[in-house]
Design a protein around this ligand. Structure first.
Ligand code: PMP
Length: 392
């Protein structure tokens, strides 16, 4: 049995079994279980290398201007009035984590309400990022273990009881770890409630395009909030959707009510960033900008992105079918209903420990599995282990 403090991948690496399977990794894997560098990224990098005029000078504090502009368009939509009215300030940050950190540090310094509400459960790094930035962290109900779906009533009750002005962290799509997202109608109700109470939305967008396969569909929640003219923050990551994990490319956007406020926010963001890391790295942002500004490369990216999303959906279907075929007790339809890279299986700590010990399958103790870590070859092994765990 793994001690809870041993990280999943460390325990996996130590296991000599040839059938071992790591479903704890938060990164995409191919059918062959290998990391993937997108072809479009290779092409963009080649173009950058071939361009002899490129130098390695420092970027400005807020990063590559072109990258910032294109990132805002990607998440808010090319025709977003907020962009056209210059009400958005966007700064390049160190992937999603860095964007969340810069955004929360800015809020802790300048925003009048220093409490942030995060969903229960949420990505494990959220509470750490926000409290170290100086915000006080509270939770709102999100996941209902009984239905393995959204606790919508609990969510509305908790946000309804939050003090006016509080910050609310929202997963833009593909909620991690549960894979459960509100429907568009539910998002609209959340928006109305939050706006009526003056709650400030802070979107974490780590999976745009990776969840549904469509960049626009996965940005819908963010866009309905921006469309009402109110304020919001959005942290974007290119780790998953462009496979740029280690390049650390992301952006923080602050949507303001006026262009004047947006430019003052930008000055303050510079004051947050300057003593933290001076300015962001150039290479990853140049790859992203190269792809986003060129129609052919952009189209190629969307095809490769959809292929990753489709493979994940296919793994969901295969796992569901395999459990059905075995007659595994219980309702497993949440496997195909949840979206994004993870499935919150509903397996408990004992199930997980059993599957690790007997089947060499590794996952976080909350029963979350990465669908991207599965392949057609390994689905039967996992289904057999789940079946044994719940019937044993
Ligand atoms: N938010 C969520 C919900 C995530 O799952 C992740 C990645 N696991 C991130 C943010 C940030 O990742 P990164 O810093 O690699 O962009």
């Amino acid at each position: 049995m793994i001690a809870p403090t041993v990280p999943v991948t460390v325990a996996y690496n130590k296991d000599p079994s040839p059938i071992k399977l790591n479903l704890g990794v938060g990164a995409y894997r191919t059918e062959e279980g290998k990391p993937l560098v997108l072809n479009v990224v290779r092409r963009a990098e080649q173009m950058l290398v071939n361009d002899q005029s490129r130098v390695k000078e420092y970027l400005p504090i807020i990063g590559l201007a072109e990258f910032n502009k294109l990132s805002a368009k990607l998440i808010f939509g090319a025709d977003s009035p907020a962009i056209q009215e210059n009400r958005v300030t966007t700064v390049q940050c160190l992937s999603g984590t860095g964007s969340l950190r810069v955004g929360s540090e800015f809020l802790a310094r300048h925003y009048h309400e220093r409490t942030i509400y995060i969903p229960l459960p949420t990505w494990g790094n959220h509470p750490k990022i926000f409290s170290i930035a100086g915000l006080s962290v509270k939770t709102y109900r999100y996941y209902d273990p009984a239905s393995r779906g959204l606790d919508f009533r609990g969510l509305l009750e908790d946000l309804g009881a939050a003090p006016s002005g509080a910050i609310v962290l929202l997963h833009a799509c593909a909620h991690n770890p549960t894979g459960v997202d509100p429907t568009l109608e539910q998002w609209e109700q959340i928006r109305q409630l939050m706006r009526s109470k003056g709650l400030l939305p802070f979107f974490d967008s780590a999976y745009q395009g990776f969840a549904s396969g469509s960049l626009d569909v996965d940005a819908q929640a963010v866009r309905i909030f921006v469309a009402d003219g109110g304020e919001c923050l959005a942290a974007q990551s290119y780790a998953k959707n462009m496979g740029l994990y280690g390049e650390r490319v992301g952006a923080l956007s602050v949507v303001c009510k006026t262009a004047d406020v947006a430019s003052r926010v930008e000055s303050q963001l510079k004051l947050v960033i300057r003593p933290m890391y001076s300015n962001p790295p150039i290479h990853g942002a140049s790859i992203v900008a190269t792809i986003l500004k060129d129609r052919d490369l952009y189209n190629e990216w969307t095809v490769e992105l959809k292929a990753m999303a489709d493979r994940i959906k296919n793994m969901r279907q295969q796992l569901f079918d395999a459990l059905q075929a075995r007659g595994t007790p219980g309702d497993w339809s949440h496997i195909i209903k949840q979206i994004g890279m993870f499935t919150f299986t509903g397996l408990n700590t004992e199930h997980v420990a059993f599957m690790t010990k007997e089947y060499h399958i590794y996952m976080t103790s909350d029963g979350r599995i990465s669908m991207a870590g599965l392949s057609s070859q390994t689905v039967p092994h996992l289904a057999g282990a789940i079946h044994a765990a719940v019937t044993g």
